[in-house]
Design a protein around this ligand. Structure first.
Ligand SMILES: NC(=O)c1ccc[n+]([C@@H]2O[C@H](COP(=O)([O-])OP(=O)(O)OC[C@H]3O[C@@H](n4cnc5c(N)ncnc54)[C@H](O)[C@@H]3O)[C@@H](O)[C@H]2O)c1
Length: 259
């Protein structure tokens, strides 16, 4: 099938491109240019551009996000309007274009940060509604609601994946979501423990979710095997046959899980 990836020039977008390109035709949408013939300039806030990019696509992997590189208060305040724009309005724009184009599947990459306001130690069920103390998680949570609305009211088939903090083996094993992990660790007593997930587990789950059309709305957690006591992994298992292949216990480094 033909898949539009938004945020394709980003850390996860580049990895997802590599994971999908053998089996699918790809349209790589981003505001950051890529030296790739499949690249299409796409601002997710621009409905006309979204309509154009989505033409002929069967599915969308919606990854675009506005990154916040600092926990400094002034910068967070400056970041907030843009985060709400890209994560909430941008998700609305992409879903509207997807609905109009009759796209068969829309996969939204949300984040465990969407529930970082819940009490520490709480087991996070897959039907746990978002509740965040931060603008990043809050705006990603609004994106979840907008996905749900487009399913209920407009019939778009949507899969929401709440991703843990993504581990990249390259770059010396740097975390993609370093800022958020550090931020959570600096705020003990706030939210569930930081969850980690290997990038290969993430791209595999996105591929599985893109390939399904049922259920028409679902929300699943995509975290490492060691996070299963805190994050409900049952929905991802049941709906997509997905199981994390890496655990980050006991040292925070990825260890393959015994089959
Ligand atoms: N990295 C993680 O650890 C992590 C954890 C949980 C969830 N996620 C989610 O996964 C997705 C990808 O994360 P990432 O780490 O690759 O992010 P990233 O910042 O590396 O990439 C995001 C991409 O989105 C693009 N973008 C920004 N504004 C845009 C706009 N208006 N229109 C189109 N493109 C725009 C950027 O240019 C960038 O290439 C995000 O939705 C993020 O919320 C990531």
């Amino acid at each position: 099938m033909t898949v539009l990836i938004t945020g394709a020039a980003g850390r996860l977008g580049r990895r997802l491109t590599r994971a999908l390109e053998a089996d699918h035709d790809l349209v790589l949408g981003d505001i950051t240019p890529l030296d790739d013939p499949r690249f299409r300039h796409l601002d997710v806030l621009d409905l006309a551009a979204a309509r154009e990019a989505i033409q002929g696509c069967d599915a969308v992997a919606h990854l675009a996000m506005l990154d916040c590189l600092s926990g400094d208060m002034e910068q967070i305040l400056d970041y907030s309007p843009g985060a709400l724009q890209v994560h909430a309005v941008g998700t609305h724009t992409m879903l509207r274009a997807a609905m109009e184009a009759g796209v068969r599947r829309f996969v939204y990459s949300s984040s465990v940060s969407a529930v970082d306001g819940i009490a520490p130690g709480t087991f996070v069920a897959s039907d746990c509604r978002h509740f965040s103390n931060g603008i990043y998680g809050m705006s990603k949570g609004f994106g979840e609601d907008i996905c749900r609305m487009f399913q209920i009211r407009f019939g778009v088939s949507v899969a929401v994946l709440r991703l843990g903090n993504v581990y990249m083996p390259e770059n010396g094993g740097a975390w993609m979501g370093n800022v958020y992990v550090e931020d959570l660790e600096k705020r003990p007593g706030s939210g569930p423990a930081p969850s980690r997930v290997h990038v290969d587990d993430v791209t595999r789950c996105i591929a599985l979710a893109l390939g399904a059309t049922e259920p028409a709305y679902s929300l699943v957690h995509v975290v490492g095997a060691d996070s299963g006591d805190q994050w409900d992994l049952e929905a991802a298992r049941r709906l997509y046959g997905w199981e994390p292949r890496y655990s980050f216990s006991p040292d925070g480094l990825p260890h393959p899980v015994e089959a």
